[in-house]
Each structure stands twice: as structure tokens, then as C-alpha cells.
Design a protein around this ligand. Structure first.
Ligand SMILES: Nc1nc2c(c(=O)[nH]1)N[C@H]1C(S)=C(S)[C@@H](COP(=O)(O)O)O[C@H]1N2
Ligand SMILES: [Mo]
Length: 343
């Protein structure tokens, strides 16, 4: 009899742990994606919730360890899914924490963020199949639901305090993780036009463009680099913040898009690169988008987009199209596009 009660209590405890993890994994992936997309400061930035979700998973890990041990005892056909999932979750947590502590190196051929994001996305898919082979029942005794709720509250408070403690310690120590931007990115080579990385979203190669051959297609007509150079340029500071978790502040020189193109009643501005890479912007952004030819007073290098690139202050790096060859307006709204570029 006593052992029956004990058994039921253990299973309720496992159930609440599993339920919380079931909610936390998608939450962690979602907050991570939003943190990696947002470029301007909100009340509380999603990266804060992302960090707290990670600590909540860590806090639950001793309970989950008990469940995992039990599960490993009964081998099933789907065990490999569960084990791979476990390895990926551990690797994603580890790389996330390494990032918080300021590690900026690579892991083999991949950047830390590629391992972190790639692993997390695969883990999310595996979590679905893991759940299918280990379903958690939702409608069980009320005390178990109450237990889940209290545990969720406790774990959230614990995770939030851990996050505050870690960020505070990094700050106080002046550790390299302490000066991250609100997006979580680390600073690289600010105000040194040769000091920041050359990056591609996925597979674009650096384009070597001859200034004399380059023409910009713009709203049905064309302009040469000399035409662009003849227009009034402005110099301004803006932060390039890449989703691979670094940022740089630079002085850019360029022409504001509203001085290049008149959108009329169109709803979007479409910018295309020589590589085919393209982004669609809301037309209301036209006064804060720039076609830039210089950084730090020097012409852009090939790697940084020579002869002209987009600078979109407040937007993340993947919007800053390099090697621009076409700018057009379109009646199709900006949000009719993939949230992230596909090439
Ligand atoms: N054509 C093209 N433009 C691009 C990219 C790309 O892959 N192709 N990558 C973007 C990304 S993800 C970033 S972070 C910035 C990087 O700019 P940088 O190489 O000058 O640092 O360029 C953006 N512009
Ligand atoms: Mo990027």
C-alpha cells in the first residue's frame, strides 16, 4: 500500500518534470529565434527570456536524470531518438553558456552559434518524436496539476534568480561576457573598418565587382557608381548586429533610399544582391534605409559589399544586403517573404 502511494508520487513528480520540459524546449527555441531577429530594444529583450528558459532546463535536469536513468533500463526501438535528443540538449546548453561567458571561437568548421542554433532546431524535431513515443498524459489527478503549477513557479523564480546572478557576476568581474549587447551579441572591432568579420548568411561567396562594370537597377532605370557618388552622402554611426552573435559600431557613408527612389503608393522596397540574396522592406522604412558605399571613410571592401550595400539601422545583419545590384518598389507587402533568407 505504502509503496503504491510512493509510486504514484514519483510518477506525479516525473509527469510535472516532463510537462515543464515539454513547454520549455519550444519556448527556448522560440525566444532564441525572436532574440536573433529583433534589432531594437524592447521593454525586456527576448534574450532575457531565452537565458531564463535555459536555466529552467538546467534546474530540472536532476529530476529528469532520474527519469532518464529509468528509461535507459527499458530499451526500445526509439531509444536512439531520446539519446540523440539528450546529447543535443546538452550541447545546446553548453554552447549557449560558452557564448554567455564570451567564447567567440569555432568548433571545428562551425561557429559556436551554428552549433547552438543548428543543434536546437534538430533537437526540437527530435523532441516531437520523443514525445510521440513517450506521451505525457494531461488529464490526471488534480494534485498532480497543482504540483506542476507550483513546480513551474518555483523553477521560473529559480531560473530568473540564476540569470540575474550570472549576468551580475559577469558584469562585476568585467568578464568579456559582461558587455554583451541587449541581443546577446559580443562587440567586434568597432570604428575600425577592417576590424569586423566578413560574414555570409548561408552560402554567398564574396563578390569581386569591378566599379566600372557595376550598374544599379533602380525602379526601372539604371545608375552607375559615378551617378551614386554624385548624390549627397551622409555619414552616420550604426550598429551591425549579426545573428551569429557579434556586433560592431561603424561610421557609414551613403545615400538615404528616399533620395534614390519614390515608392508612390507601393508597399515594399525590394533590394537584390548580385548573388540573388534579397530582402523586402516596409516602405515606411524608406527614411531609415541607406545605400552605403563607405565605412570608416574608406570604400567598402569586397567582403563588406563593394561597391554598395544596404545599411538598415535597428535591423539585424541579415537585412544589410551586400553587393546590391537592384532596388525596386513593389505593391506586395514586405511580410510576404521568408522570415529569414533562404540562401
Ligand atoms: N548578398 C548578401 N548580403 C548579405 C549576406 C549574404 O549572405 N549575402 N549576409 C548578411 C549577414 S547575415 C550579415 S551579418 C551582414 C554581414 O556584413 P559584413 O560581412 O560586412 O560583416 O551582411 C548581410 N548581407
Ligand atoms: Mo549575420
Amino acid at each position: 500500500m505504502i509503496s503504491e502511494t510512493k509510486k504514484r508520487r514519483t510518477s506525479a513528480r516525473s509527469r510535472s518534470t516532463n510537462l515543464l520540459l515539454l513547454a520549455l524546449l519550444p519556448l527556448a527555441v522560440f525566444t532564441g529565434l525572436v532574440a536573433n531577429t529583433a534589432g531594437t530594444r524592447w521593454g525586456i529583450h527576448p534574450s532575457v527570456f531565452h537565458g531564463i528558459a535555459a536555466f529552467a532546463v538546467l534546474i530540472l535536469s536532476p529530476w529528469k536524470q532520474v527519469i532518464v536513468r529509468r528509461g535507459l533500463g527499458r530499451r526500445r526501438k526509439t531509444s536512439w531518438i531520446s539519446i540523440t535528443l539528450l546529447v543535443l540538449v546538452i550541447s545546446t546548453l553548453t554552447t549557449g553558456i560558452m557564448h554567455a561567458f564570451g567564447y567567440q571561437g569555432r568548433i571545428g568548421p562551425l561557429t559556436l552559434m551554428q552549433v547552438h542554433v543548428g543543434g536546437a532546431l534538430i533537437a526540437l524535431v527530435l523532441a516531437y518524436f520523443h514525445y510521440r513515443s513517450h506521451p505525457v498524459r494531461f488529464t490526471r489527478p488534480v494534485d498532480a496539476n497543482r504540483r506542476s503549477f507550483l513546480k513551474a513557479a518555483g523553477v521560473s523564480v529559480g531560473a530568473a534568480l540564476t540569470w540575474i546572478g550570472l549576468e551580475g557576476t559577469l558584469d562585476a568581474l568585467g568578464a568579456s561576457g559582461g558587455e554583451r549587447r541587449f541581443t546577446g551579441s559580443h562587440e567586434r572591432g568597432s570604428f575600425d573598418p577592417r576590424g569586423f568579420p566578413v560574414t555570409s548568411w548561408l552560402d554567398d561567396r564574396v563578390q569581386t565587382i569591378d566599379a566600372d562594370d557595376w550598374v544599379l537597377g533602380i525602379g526601372g532605370s539604371t545608375m552607375s557608381l559615378a551617378d551614386i557618388d554624385a548624390l549627397p552622402h551622409e555619414e552616420f554611426a550604426a550598429v551591425l548586429d549579426c545573428t551569429s552573435a557579434w556586433y560592431t559600431s561603424q561610421l557609414w557613408t551613403g545615400v538615404r533610399l528616399d533620395r534614390l527612389i519614390d515608392p508612390g503608393s507601393d508597399r515594399a522596397i525590394v533590394v537584390r544582391s548580385q548573388t540573388g540574396y534579397s530582402r523586402r522592406f516596409p516602405v515606411s522604412d524608406i527614411e531609415s534605409l541607406w545605400l552605403v558605399t563607405h565605412v570608416g571613410g574608406e570604400p567598402l571592401s569586397a567582403g563588406h559589399g563593394f561597391p554598395a550595400r544596404i545599411v538598415a539601422p535597428g535591423r539585424r545583419g541579415f537585412w544589410w544586403v551586400k553587393w546590391v545590384t537592384e532596388i525596386d518598389t513593389s505593391p506586395v507587402p514586405w511580410w510576404i517573404q521568408l522570415p529569414f533568407p533562404a540562401t
